[in-house]
Unconditional design. Structure first.
Ligand code: AMP
Ligand code: MG
Length: 502
């Protein structure tokens, strides 16, 4: 079968093409069409044969019911046993819109449409093309999302075409689905109305209209045993081919964690991808970085999520790391889909925090060991492994005697010491490197593969000071004493920052 592409703009000329699509539906065929949530794969909801075709085209398990799309409220009354007040109130508030209601069905809707259930899911989409198609077809249109089962739902006609070309009669191309995530599903047949799938209409919005609403507990916890009440929610969903992990926590920690994975993957020849906010995208060193929108802009994030998941399938990325987009409103739905796509794999970058601090200087026998001994003498440093290193160490030099003297006069005793050269072996994902001077930082990043902008810093800059730590070399004891005081003050600030981030 050749799949017809019908490009429809919202003009009377454009709408004429809808008659072709409407006839296909009326005659028992399948047409994918845009809605404000995602693209749907439509067939005549009252025709069992059409519905069977939908399951077949998508490869959808036959116990996963379809949503019936209507264009006018009276069409709801035709297919349910009764219309409860709650349904009227919700329709008033949110239809046409991204809300699907579950009600007791009557005989008009065949069991094939509802996956054998005696309830039916109904929605009135807020997209002119979708409603116009329903009206012109003179049918109710049963439509699940127009993707191959298991893949992210389609948000543009191209996604549909890539998945279903040759398996359906036509695709209406009406541009990008505005919202980009599937509808909220609310079950009105249970004692307390229950959300079976989160979407753009949130629990709070629903409660403002009908009072108490519950959330299907199977959505809240990750538990293989608990069966979600919307059959579709139990299947693997939205999953890209690559392995996806969500990384939550302080933005800088997330960057450090992800970039350490990138470095490790490069060693193994594994290509890494990142789903990043606009704000942080440039900080990732992965081969493929996809920006999803501003952290502040949850609508953009929802809009772009599925397209990005699909784009990764066209790359050779094997591991994807995504920032977390937790929060109110549609963020709940975003995280629900992202968690499913990731198979609930979540890493907390804050817990993967820094455990090794390295001070590095030119030859590693003066300011850098001074910093490491001062920090070790501070109470708050006991959780860290603290090292000092030199960028180029030709001889295992002992500690500079003036440094040793200043430390001793401040009550800090030094045991055996000799300078050690900094190498890649010193650096892992929980290492942070501090230098006293900008030029030292640049040299380290240039010289070592594992050192980068995300784990190597100029100490005073890191704590927010403008000056570099003065170099006492060639000066007297007094100058070394001043250096000690400056370092101590800077390291106090460092300890505060590290503790805050834990
Ligand atoms: P889709 O249109 O692909 O987003 O899938 C429709 C979703 O609605 C699936 O998760 C179904 O399991 C759910 N659904 C449809 N009808 C019912 C129903 N009668 N009871 C519970 N969930 C339903
Ligand atoms: Mg679906």
């Amino acid at each position: 079968m050749e799949t017809l592409i019908l490009k429809v703009d919202k003009s009377s000329e454009g709408y004429k093409k809808l008659d072709i699509a409407a006839r296909i539906i009326k005659e028992g065929g399948l047409v994918a069409f845009p809605t404000e949530t995602v693209y749907g794969l439509g067939g005549d909801a009252k025709n069992p044969k059409s519905c069977k075709k939908i399951y077949k085209a998508k490869g959808r398990p036959s116990d996963n019911p379809l949503i019936v799309h209507i264009a006018e409220f009276r069409q709801l009354e035709d297919i349910v046993e009764e219309v409860p007040d709650t349904a009227r109130e919700l329709a008033d508030a949110f239809w046409p819109g991204p809300l699907t209601m579950i009600l007791k069905k009557n005989k008009v809707i065949p069991k094939q449409t509802t996956g054998g259930l005696d309830t039916v899911a109904i929605r009135m989409p807020n997209d002119d093309i979708a409603r116009e198609l329903i009206l012109r077809s003179e049918c109710l249109i049963a439509a699940p999302s127009a993707n191959v089962s298991g893949k992210p739902s389609p948000t543009i006609a191209d996604h549909v075409y890539n998945d279903l070309s040759g398996r359906i009669d036509a695709v209406i191309d009406g541009g990008h689905a505005v919202i980009g995530l599937e509808s909220t599903i609310i079950d009105l047949t249970s004692d307390v109305p229950t959300i079976l799938r989160p979407g753009a209409i949130t629990k709070e919005m629903l409660e403002r209209v009908i009072g108490r609403v519950e959330i299907d507990s199977a959505l809240l916890i990750e538990d293989e045993e608990q069966k979600p009440k919307a059959p579709g929610m139990k299947y693997k969903h939205y999953a890209p081919k690559a392995d996806l992990t969500i990384v939550e926590g302080n933005a800088s920690k997330v960057v450090v964690y992800v970039n350490s994975k990138v470095v490790a993957n490069k060693d193994k020849g594994v290509v890494t991808g990142v789903i990043a906010s606009d704000e942080n995208a440039s900080r990732y060193s992965a081969e493929v970085v996809k920006t999803i929108g501003s952290i502040e802009d949850e609508e953009a994030i929802a809009h772009n999520l599925y397209g990005i998941l699909r784009e990764f399938d066209e790359t050779d990325v094997k591991e994807i790391y995504s920032e977390s987009f937790e929060g109110d409103g549609i963020r709940g739905a975003i995280m629900n889909r992202l968690l499913k796509a990731a198979g609930h794999k979540v890493i907390n970058a804050d817990k993967e925090a820094i455990t090794r601090i390295i001070f590095a200087g030119k030859n590693g026998s003066s300011r850098s060991p001074m910093a490491s001994y001062i920090l070790k003498s501070m109470d708050a440093s006991k959780d860290y492994e603290i090292l000092s290193r030199g960028i180029l160490v030709q001889f295992p030099e002992p500690l500079n005697p003036k440094v040793e003297a200043v430390l001793a006069s401040n009550g800090i005793e030094v045991g055996d010491f000799h300078a050690v050269e900094l190498t890649d072996n010193d650096i892992n994902s929980s290492t942070i490197i501090f230098t006293m001077e900008e030029s030292h930082k640049d040299k380290i990043i240039e010289k070592l593969e594992k050192a980068n902008e995300e784990n190597t810093f100029v100490l005073p800059t890191y704590v927010g000071d403008e000056l570099e730590i003065l170099n006492p070399y060639g000066g007297g004891l007094q100058l070394y004493g001043l250096c000690f005081e400056a370092l101590k003050e800077t390291l106090n600030k460092l300890v505060n920052i590290l503790n805050q981030e834990r």
